[in-house]
Design a protein around this ligand. Structure first.
Ligand code: NAP
Length: 310
């Protein structure tokens, strides 16, 4: 696969070379996104962004706020960085309200409380962006005893989606455009044989979909110089920077794919599938286990069981 891209100011162009042989879906776009012009008017919409306190989530807040949604809710653990994001929106002169909802995705009780709090704030939700995530952290467990990355990235989000789904479903009969955008990573390709070590999920080790009219897609943002990368140890950082020479994106540019996914015309998006930056259907690039129905079904059942009682 030869996916090339060029970066020019606030516009990113991605294009394939002639050698690229993967099958392009009918509506696959190798495209540019200019968020100022290409994102539609979002008047009246309510958006919830996990990880809106920092990195790509925060950059998405800034990009969305320019298009006048009624309210953006941001979740995370850090009230101070949340305040910085809110201040950036105010400084840009936007009238969009931004509210911080404290939520630690590594604690199912915290996620449950955040879901309740959000439902007390509003009955309307149009766009849910699951942007929060951790990578290559010191080995550890969540407060519920799950491996920290699996617990926060997958299980915490799975519970949050479960809690917020009724609000998305509420929108029936009104403007029917409702979306869930899930940040994933090409890093998922570095998986153990078998994909998920179900027997070890409660030990320290060195995607959830819904049906119906809600569009649910997962996206890779590109390799982006946010805290996720810049706070890594020297060797991990060196590996990422050296393998991404000329491809490293600025945080604002890294938010383009999720902003595209949340706002592009519905007919340009294929439900359930996976997109690389910007708006390029990349399902055919996934490895066998990443599209294995048996493994997905097993993860679904495991997740349902783990969330019983929450
Ligand atoms: N940057 C890249 O190159 C890259 C590449 C591929 C995929 N991604 C994916 O893109 C997403 C965003 O990454 P990023 O670059 O924006 O990372 P980042 O700059 O490190 O920001 C991570 C965000 O996640 C939140 N978060 C972390 N742990 C949390 C927890 N336990 N509970 C609740 N929120 C938590 C943080 O908020 P608080 O600190 O307030 O909790 C922060 O807002 C991630 O899912 C990542 O896997 C990034």
């Amino acid at each position: 696969m030869n996916l090339c891209h060029g970066v020019q100011d606030s516009k990113i162009t991605f294009f394939r070379t002639n050698k690229d042989t993967h099958v392009a879906a009918p509506n696959a776009r190798s495209q540019c996104l200019n968020p100022d012009n290409d994102v539609p008017d979002l008047t009246g919409k309510t958006i919830f962004i996990t990880g809106g306190t920092n990195g790509l989530g925060a950059e998405s807040v800034i990009l969305f706020a320019k298009h006048k949604p009624a309210h953006i809710y941001i979740s995370g653990r850090n009230a101070k960085t949340a305040e910085k994001t809110i201040q950036r929106v105010r400084d840009a002169g936007s009238s969009t309200e931004v509210t911080f909802v404290e939520c630690n995705l590594a604690s199912l009780v915290s996620v449950k409380q955040a879901g309740k709090l959000f439902a007390a704030f509003t009955t309307r939700l149009d766009i849910l962006i699951c942007s929060a995530g951790i990578m290559a952290q010191t080995p550890g467990l969540t407060t519920d005893g799950y491996e920290i990355q699996f617990g926060a990235n997958h299980l915490g989000h799975a519970l949050l989606i479960k809690k917020l789904l009724p609000l998305l479903e509420n929108r029936q009969g009104e403007d029917g455009d409702r979306r869930i955008v899930i940040l994933t990573s090409q890093g998922a390709r570095i998986h153990p044989s078998g994909g998920i070590l179900f027997d070890n999920l409660r030990t320290v080790q060195n995607d959830f979909f819904v049906g119906g009219p809600i569009i649910t897609i997962s996206i890779h943002p590109g390799v982006v110089s946010t805290g996720l990368v810049d706070n890594l140890g020297f060797l991990d950082r060196a590996l990422i920077y050296s393998t991404s020479v000329g491809r490293m994106l600025k945080p604002e540019q890294g938010a383009y794919n999720q902003v595209w996914a949340a706002t592009a015309p519905r007919e340009e998006i294929q439900n359930w599938l996976y997109y690389e930056p910007v708006g390029e259907l990349a399902q055919s690039r996934l490895k066998k286990l990443e599209t294995d129905d048996g493994l997905a079904g097993r993860l679904w059942d495991w997740t349902e069981e783990a969330l019983e009682g929450f």
